[in-house]
Ligand binder design. Structure first.
Ligand code: ADP
Ligand code: MG
Length: 728
């Protein structure tokens, strides 16, 4: 019997659910570990508070005096809660969160110890940028980067440390994180959307983007996880035959949550609520051991921070319950992968959701502008929308097992489709008659009634309108939402800006405002037919149709990433100051580098496991069979051939798989060597890996999975799918 696998299975039966939290009212402790602006008021002078609030609402720089006061406030609050350390908390481009802890402890001139934290420490910390992905933005003399507080995201206490959300930039000024360009994109869309709102309501001063992410994940028992080197090192199973039963019966989705999982969720939510993350919904997902967590939506920058914080918190809390969280997009072959649906909308400071149909024709016209411009933005930059969500993991998820397809399209729903068609038919470049106008306005005014019955929600669309928001579903479960939010907000902001210019030009030519709006909308509606798709996104026909429409249909992550550097994307980002050319190129290189490194690790781990775990086991079992046949031959020489047919067949099959695995592993190693030794550029090497190394992961796996079915269960070294996928 295999020691590792079976002792892991034994462990499993010992676990009892641990209830770590007493019952509580979320409203009592929500945000108790967050230093909100409201709390800050108690520690700041009236002027300082006023100035800080202005900066938070409208942006602006924090001067040294204010920084000193804010720092003192943070220190007093944190010390009062028994906190001894602080850290600048940021999102480097490796997708993780980073922190470097410093104690408040300091020496006074007289040698006494004191607690110190001043404006200088709040505003700037200097981590070594060369240890984070920087895509070549670094010369040997200046490896430093610096982090600076983002007042848009409040400080919080996590794990006993005061965490200060910060941006992370190179000493030469280039962004090395997601937050810096995200804030720029959000400022851009604020301006562009506010300008449009001015057509309808002069009181609107500010528009924020809202984001509500839905986080899917898998849980796996800790002991089983530890017995699977592939899960430990790559976050996914590189081998494993599918279980006889997994999700066919669809009995997991929304099913009763297992007790141990429930106690994990309780503690996770409790911790989230303390951290001010408004998590609200939890349920089983489609695949066994797959779950989902969703919060109430928030301002996008804060929501991105909260998602990053959630992912690290999940991993920490899961250990208290002897679980490991798998955030990989496709941990198991053949069953659903995990995504992170990004629900997105725009909200005015007067409280209007710009993607929600209103009560009258006027507000519905505004709604239609935002709806159509968002759709047009996806059309204009469809390749870039894809580039911002692809990764090695997501490449395995997209296009299979209920995941959105790799092709970008926008789903609006039948009713809206009909309204758009009507505008297309009724409006033209000539002046409308009063009757036509009245009819159109009447119909536009009816949108809310229509939307109320709009229940068709196309699950196969990567970008769907769902009543009062768009849902970008193609985002990967382990991704930083920032990447998708930067592209979405920048592209829509650009489209709104262009829309405004085109409409204003018509108005200047003497066309009435309403008619000018409808005329420009009509052109967009016609153009958007290319990206609008209401049918089944999983179907083969759609793939063919999309190719005919000229949409990017390729599956390859490496190819898709190139859209970051297309002339169109370069212009989009540089024109509006979201990325400089250099930042864009660096980001592109980093994405390739991450792909390359992850694939290299997967390939090595698979090679090791194949040679050190699987082959010896297969040979061992084959020897057992050989001994058996030999024994039969010894005692029943006349009939052994006819009574050992099964064994002989298995011996031959095992031999064939062993040979195939050895040959393929050799070839894969050689392919890696070729790429490593002969290709200097990271981007080119990533491409070589994706073309020449990646296919081996599936071919080698095929033979291993066949062996899993042949070899005696008692000696199989790795926990099987049926064991990994069902929690107790
Ligand atoms: P479903 O699984 O049906 O898509 P969920 O309730 O799981 O729905 O998730 C919906 C998500 O959409 C939640 O995170 C919610 O906060 C978010 N959401 C709702 N309205 C908005 C909005 N106006 N802007 C951004 N996100 C929103
Ligand atoms: Mg959803």
């Amino acid at each position: 019997m295999n020691k590792i696998r079976f002792s892991a299975l034994e462990e499993l039966s010992k676990h009892t659910p641990v209830q770590n939290t007493a019952p509580y009212y979320p409203s009592d402790l929500f945000g108790c570990d967050v230093l909100t602006l409201d709390k800050m008021q108690h520690y700041l002078s009236r002027e300082a508070y006023k100035r800080l609030k202005e900066i938070m609402d409208e942006g602006g720089a924090i001067d040294r005096t204010l920084a000193d006061q804010v720092a003192a406030a943070m220190k007093t609050w944190a010390l009062g809660k028994g906190v001894t350390h602080y850290t600048h908390w940021f999102h480097p481009l490796n997708g993780a969160t980073a922190e470097k802890h410093d104690g408040f402890i300091d020496l006074q001139p007289n040698g006494d110890i004191c607690e110190n934290f001043d404006g200088r420490m709040l505003v700037q910390q200097e981590p070594d940028a060369s240890s984070f992905p920087n895509g070549g933005i670094r010369n040997t003399f200046e490896a430093r980067g610096y982090t600076a507080w983002d007042p848009g995201s409040p400080a919080f206490i996590n794990n006993g440390t005061l965490c200060i959300p910060t941006v992370f930039v190179a000493y030469t000024g280039e962004a090395l994180d997601y937050k810096t360009p995200l804030i720029k994109a959000l400022t851009f869309i604020d301006k562009a959307a506010t300008d449009i709102c001015q057509y309808f309501d002069k009181d609107v001063r500010r528009v924020i983007a809202t984001l509500g992410w839905e986080q899917e994940y898998f849980l796996v028992d800790e002991a089983l996880f530890n017995a699977r080197p592939d899960l430990k090192l790559c976050g996914r199973t590189l081998m494993g035959h599918s279980a006889a039963k997994d999700q066919q019966l669809e009995d997991h989705y929304f099913g009763a949550i297992p007790e141990r999982v429930n106690t994990f969720m309780d503690e996770l939510e409790y911790t989230c609520h303390r951290l001010g993350i408004p998590v609200k919904t939890r349920h089983n997902e489609v695949a066994p051991n797959q779950f989902e967590l969703a919060p109430i939506f928030e301002e996008a920058n804060l929501a991105v921070d909260h998602n990053q914080l959630l992912m690290s918190t999940m991993k920490r809390i899961a250990r208290h319950h002897h679980f490991r969280v798998l955030l990989h997009e496709k941990p198991y072959k053949g069953i659903n992968g995990s995504g992170k649906h990004n629900n997105w909308s725009l909200l005015t400071d007067t409280g209007v959701n710009l993607l929600s149909p209103g009560k009258n024709p006027k507000s519905n016209m505004q709604f239609l502008i935002f709806l159509v411009c968002t759709t047009k933005a996806v059309l204009e930059h469809e390749a870039l929308f894809k580039a911002c969500i692809v990764s090695l993991g997501n490449e395995r998820r997209l296009g299979g097992d209920e995941a959105p397809p790799v092709i970008m399209s926008v789903f609006l729903g039948q009713q809206l489709d009909a309204i758009l068609n009507e505008i297309e038919q009724k409006v033209s470049n000539r002046k409308m008659s009063p009757d036509e106008k009245t009819e159109l306005k009447l119909n536009v005014g009816k949108i809310p009634e229509i939307m109320r019955d709009n229940t068709d929600r196309n699950r196969t669309s990567p970008f769907a309108f769902t009543g009062n928001r768009f849902e970008f579903r193609a985002v990967g479960s382990s991704a930083n939402c920032g990447a998708a939010m930067i592209v979405l907000n920048t592209a829509v902001a650009e489209q709104l800006t262009v829309f405004k210019q085109e409409t204003d030009t018509l108005i200047e030519q003497g066309v009435k405002k309403d008619e000018a709006i409808f005329q420009v909308l009509r052109q967009y509606i016609m153009a958007c037919k290319v990206i609008r798709f209401e049918g089944n996104g999983y179907s083969k026909e759609w793939r063919e149709e999309a190719a005919r429409r000229g949409l990017s249909t390729g599956n390859s992550c490496i190819e898709s990433l190139r859209a970051y550097l297309s002339p169109k994307s370069r212009e989009l980002f540089t024109k509006y100051g979201i990325f400089s050319e250099q930042e864009l190129e660096a980001r592109f290189e980093i994405k390739n580098e991450i792909y390359l490194k992850k694939l290299q690790i997967e390939s090595r781990v698979l090679g090791d496991l194949a040679l050190n775990h699987i082959l010896p086991t297969a040979i061992h079992y084959q020897n057992t069979l050989i001994n058996n046949v030999q024994g039969l031959k010894d005692i029943l020489p006349g009939e052994y051939e006819s009574i050992s047919k099964v064994q002989l067949k298995a011996i031959r099959e095992i031999s064939a798989h062993i040979q195939a695995i050895c040959t393929l592993v050799d070839e894969m190693t050689e392919a890696r060597k070729q790429a490593n030794n002969n290709i200097a550029g990271i981007v080119e090497r990533a491409e070589a890996y994706s073309v020449h190394v990646l296919p081996y992961l599936d071919t080698i796996r095929y033979h291993i999975d066949k062996l899993e079915l042949l070899v005696d269960d008692d000696i199989w070294p790795l926990p099987k799918y049926r064991e990994l996928l069902f929690c107790k």
